[in-house]
Every structure is written in structure tokens, then in C-alpha cells.
Design a protein around this ligand. Structure first.
Ligand code: TXA
Ligand code: MG
Length: 338
């Protein structure tokens, strides 16, 4: 039998799509230098063509390299995609790659407009998954890949989720097991450094504080800006079909809601509107890492559970929960529309 990595490389070189595992979520990958292949991603996902894609790049270190050789290796690699590689990019790459971080940089001339949604910037990420790192090394190019879900739906964190999203097709799915991080990468825009400093476009499990510490900055030096350039920032995203609400936003429970899921942390009390109702209890892991890892699988399972209402306990307010809160707010906003 052919080695799955060899088979994936052959498909990608032939301009086909391959679903790839990463530590965050599965991606739907195409050769980033092949415009026709990249267009297939938008068709398969039903994604608007103006939404830019992240280019996944290999890890350039070899064992035994010195710090300056490592920086040179990143500059050589990043310069293929970006016309200006600031020191901040080298610091963040050296500290967090391979890992759940995407950097937005000014794009090099050669980067296809299909990849960048016609913008002058490009998103780059070196993902931390052994299969995909081997694939990237053998492919020896960049792979444009959004999350491998249909536009606006829940991101996949297992190979089976991907198959459910694209059932009936010929899509090759490289099965790398369940994703270790479970929610999408932190996106940091480094294209407006002199005016704004680094701007966090999407929160992820690499926190704002970690970015600030790595760059020797304080909280007032970084900004968040979930502008319309990031598709994950549309308010209705990651959307389950079942109606979903936070307990804090549920003033009363509609009578027609017969089958109700009460999703909560260990030991917490049922909110007032659910007290006289029959509920199915689902207990959440009480650490942010563990919840992130299981979040999308849980949302899929809940969505398939035939509930009329999914009621979620409000998340703790500290910043370790920011990325999860962001995804759940979008899920609540987009829920119940199908
Ligand atoms: O963890 C992840 O980032 C996953 C895995 C597969 O790597 N990918 C992912 O891709 O979440 P996607 O397309 O679902 O979300 C990437 C986001 C999009 O919302 C896109 O708008 C934003 O990154 N993005 C990409 N390039 C950009 C750019 N040049 N400027 C601003 N935002 C950009
Ligand atoms: Mg996505």
C-alpha cells in the first residue's frame, strides 16, 4: 500500500484537495501556488472568495542550528511569502512555531490573489502535527488551508468530522487522530506595527499575555481587532442548528422546548428558568485546555442530540477562557437557524 504522505503529496501536486490534521483543527489543503487548486477550496466549502486563506509552511530547523542560523532559516522561508519580515515575526516564529499561531505579514508579489482574498497581506502558520509537518517537508511548498468545514459551520477536530462535512466526495483525508488543541490558531497581525503594534485578530490558545511577554510588551501595546477581514469574526460562525443560549442570557425557558441540554461545569446549580424542567445534564471539563480540546466534538454531539434548546453555563470571566468564550458566543449567535 502507498504511504499516505506520498499519496497526499501526489494529489496536492496534481492540484487536488487533501484534508490535513493540525494541532488546532483539520484543514482543507491545496497547493498555495496553484490558483485552480485554491479555487477548489472555495467551491468545496462554499466560502466567499474574498475571505483569505492561511498558508501552512514547513518547519525550517535542522538539529544543532545556532540561534542566528535559526533566524536566518525563518527569514529565508518567510521571505518566499512576505516582502517584509519584521523582527517580531522571527521572535514569535522562534517561540511558538510549530504551533497554534498565525502571523499576518505584507505579502510577497508572487503570492496568489486567490490565497489572500486580493489583500496585500498574507496569513502564515507552521502547524504542530507530525504528519502534516512531514507532508509539508515532502511537498516542499506552502499549503493554503482553511478549516475543513462548510462555511459557517463547526470546525472539524477528527478525520470523521471532515468526512461528515464532505460526505459523498472523493476527498482524501489524512487521519492524524483527534486535534490536540481543538480550536483555531491565534491570529496576530504584524502589518501595522509602527502605527498600532501587534493586533490580535482572533483569540486562540496562545494568549495575548504570551504574545506580549514574548515581544517584551505591556497590555497597552497590543490591540484586538476582529475586523471583517477574518471570516471567523462574522458573528454567526461555528453555528449549531439547535438553538443555544448562555444561562445568563436566558430569562425564561420556552414551553415548546421539550428536550433540553443543561451544559455546565462540575458542581454548579441549575439556573432558575430550568429548575422545574427535565434536563439532560452534560458536565464540562473545568480547565480551558481540556474544554478547548473537546469543544467542537461536544458541539457536534449536542447538535445531533435532538435537543430543542442547549443551555450553557456562563464561562469564568478570567482571560484564560477568552478564546473559548469567543467561539461559544459566535456559536450562540449563529445557532438555531436551520
Ligand atoms: O488553526 C487554524 O488557523 C486553522 C488550521 C487549519 O490551520 N485554520 C483556520 O482557517 O482556522 P480559517 O480559514 O477557517 O480561518 C483563518 C482566518 C480566516 O478567518 C481569514 O479571514 C483569516 O484567517 N486570514 C487569513 N489570511 C488573512 C489576512 N491576510 N488578513 C487577515 N486575516 C486573514
Ligand atoms: Mg474556519
Amino acid at each position: 500500500m502507498q504511504d499516505p504522505i506520498e499519496a497526499a503529496v501526489a494529489r496536492l501536486r496534481a492540484g487536488e484537495l487533501v484534508a490535513i490534521p493540525t494541532e488546532t483543527v483539520y484543514g482543507l489543503a491545496a497547493d498555495a501556488s496553484n490558483a485552480q487548486a485554491v479555487r477548489k477550496i472555495f467551491r468545496a466549502k462554499n466560502r466567499p472568495s474574498t475571505h483569505p486563506l492561511i498558508v501552512h509552511i514547513p518547519h525550517p530547523y535542522r538539529k544543532g542550528m545556532s540561534a542566528s542560523e535559526r533566524d536566518e532559516a525563518w527569514v529565508a522561508l518567510l521571505s518566499q511569502w512576505s516582502r517584509d519580515v519584521p523582527q517580531e515575526a522571527l521572535i514569535l516564529a522562534g517561540k511558538f512555531w510549530p504551533g497554534p499561531l498565525t502571523l499576518i505579514l505584507p505579502k510577497a508579489k508572487s503570492v496568489l490573489p486567490e490565497v489572500t482574498g486580493n489583500q496585500e497581506t498574507v496569513g502564515l502558520r507552521c502547524p504542530d502535527h507530525p504528519l502534516t509537518l512531514r507532508l509539508l517537508e515532502k511537498f516542499a511548498g506552502g499549503l493554503a488551508a482553511p478549516s475543513a468545514n462548510r462555511f459557517g459551520r463547526i470546525s472539524p477536530t477528527t478525520a470523521d468530522h471532515v468526512r461528515q462535512e464532505f460526505s459523498g466526495g472523493e476527498l482524501m483525508v489524512l487521519d492524524g487522530g483527534p486535534c490536540r488543541v481543538g480550536i483555531e490558531s491565534t491570529i496576530v497581525d504584524l502589518t501595522r506595527l509602527s502605527a498600532l503594534g501587534p493586533v490580535i485578530l482572533r483569540p486562540g490558545m496562545i494568549s495575548r499575555q504570551e504574545i506580549e511577554t514574548a515581544l517584551n510588551l505591556t497590555a497597552s501595546d497590543t490591540r484586538s481587532d476582529a475586523g471583517p477581514r477574518v471570516s471567523g469574526s462574522l458573528s454567526a460562525h461555528y453555528a449549531p442548528r439547535t438553538a443555544m443560549a448562555f444561562a445568563g442570557g436566558l430569562s425564561s425557558c420556552p414551553d415548546r422546548a421539550r428536550k433540553i441540554a443543561w451544559v455546565h461545569f462540575p458542581g454548579s446549580e441549575r439556573p432558575q428558568p430550568l429548575r422545574s424542567r427535565e434536563v439532560n445534564e452534560v458536565v464540562l471539563p473545568d480547565s480551558p485546555d481540556a474544554l478547548a480540546r473537546s469543544l467542537y466534538a461536544l458541539l457536534r454531539e449536542l447538535d445531533g442530540g435532538g435537543f430543542d434548546l442547549i443551555c450553557l453555563e456562563d464561562l469564568p470571566s478570567d482571560s484564560r477562557w477568552d478564546a473559548i468564550r469567543d467561539r461559544l458566543l459566535r456559536a450562540v449567535n449563529g445557532s438555531g437557524q436551520a
